[in-house]
Design a protein around this ligand. Structure first.
Ligand SMILES: *Cc1c(COP(=O)(O)O)cnc(C)c1O
Length: 372
């Protein structure tokens, strides 16, 4: 099917390579990048992004679920795939089947993995202050005892930072306490002769704000895709990230809207003058938040066109009154560049009251994904 059918994603793999190089340059030589390609590679398309990164020399990946790991294997990814989240015991068989590395989300879960009866490869999750997954870092003895489960091949240990995006004194102090707790666990293990595991701690903001840490891996997601979570986020490192994804859709219909008439469901927008409107072939089923009703914007022919009325499941309507020469079949840009104008994923997210991570990861399966 034509990739530019009704609504599609364009991926710029040169920008992906550039982001990868920039992140690598910030980190010590000995640290490898283990990209987060969960949630369909933040909506970009896990198979396309995974294969492109593999071609750029990446050997390790992380995902949220065993199903995502299986999908990457089927797409031809051959290196290590770490499942960061919970896999239910009913799904344990997928782990050896697809050669996935499973996170032991705490001591009792590690025991469940051991009790499965078949050897499994594991990274141990440690909770240093996020208080979500991981065995608590102060339970040193319990963390240690995970190594006694003889059917677990433990190849790594990691934690997750919860305010590494913040640069205030309090946020930095909290993060340093997390780093300290993680290092204490590693020291305790080594003192007991437990070695042979890799360490990792940093996501995107951990890399940007604490690039000096010496871990074996870092797990960037959002930064690798070339965007920050929110516009104007301040970071310690200064790097030039380039967006990988553009989101575009076709204009289906251009029409007059007379003064006093309304457009769309609930008659949520009323024309105060003679207008021209365009129906754009993308909606909330594709991941455009309904929150953008009467407040989003798209780019058409290099101009901004405000969203008017409610975002529908499959369409949205924009005001093109002041934009010259708009015709059915033209492209509307929702995220990306158009002439001299640009809408970045973080600006798009701000209009919808969220962060770019949420917007990107919700981009729907109906969108065609293609490289440029
Ligand atoms: C999603 C995730 C990441 C990547 O986060 P970004 O902020 O997008 O870089 C890293 N580590 C864990 C545990 C995650 O769940």
């Amino acid at each position: 099917m034509d990739q530019k059918g009704r609504a599609w994603i364009e991926l710029d793999m040169k920008n992906l390579a550039s982001n990868l190089e920039q992140l690598k340059k910030l980190l010590p030589e000995s640290c490898s990048i283990m990209p987060a390609v969960k949630a369909n590679a933040y909506g970009h398309g896990a198979a396309l992004i995974g294969r492109a990164l593999q071609d750029m020399g990446i050997r390790d990946f992380c995902v949220a679920s065993a199903g995502e790991g299986a999908e990457l294997r089927e797409a031809g990814i051959t290196g290590q795939i770490l499942v960061l989240g919970y896999t239910a015991p009913e799904e344990f068989r997928e782990l050896p089947r697809y050669d996935l590395t499973q996170t032991a989300v705490d001591f009792s879960y590690a025991k469940q993995l051991q009790d499965y009866g078949i050897p499994l490869t594991v990274h141990v999750g440690v909770d240093t202050g996020m208080h979500r997954l991981g065995e608590r870092s102060e339970n040193l003895e319990k963390v240690c005892r995970i190594w006694e489960f003889e059917r677990l091949k433990i190849t790594g240990i990691f934690s997750h930072l919860c305010v590494s995006d913040g640069v205030s004194g309090g946020e930095r102090a909290y993060t340093y306490r997390q780093i300290g707790a993680f290092n204490s666990v590693i020291r305790y293990l080594r003192e007991r002769g437990i070695t042979g595991f890799k360490t990792h701690l940093q996501g995107s903001y951990g890399i940007l704000n604490y690039p000096e840490l010496r871990c074996d891996y870092a797990r960037p997601g959002i930064a690798l895709y070339g965007v920050l979570s929110s516009p104007g986020d301040r970071t310690v490192s200064d790097i030039n990230l380039k967006p990988v994804l553009s989101l575009k859709a076709r204009i289906a219909c251009v029409k007059a809207l007379h003064a006093g008439e309304t457009t769309g469901y609930g008659q949520a927008y009323t024309a105060e003058r003679e207008m021209r409107t365009a129906a754009v072939s993308i909606g909330y089923a594709d991941g455009i938040p309904r929150e953008l009703s009467n407040k989003g914007k798209v780019l058409v022919n290099g101009y901004e066109a405000p969203v008017i009325g409610r975002v529908c499941m499959d369409q949205l309507t924009v005001d093109v009154t002041d934009i010259p020469r708009v015709s059915p079949g033209d492209e509307a840009v929702l995220i990306g560049r158009c002439g001299d104008e640009q809408i970045t994923a973080d600006e798009f997210a701000r209009m919808a009251g969220t962060i770019s991570n949420e917007i990107l990861s919700r981009l729907g399966s109906r969108l065609h994904r293609t490289t440029v």
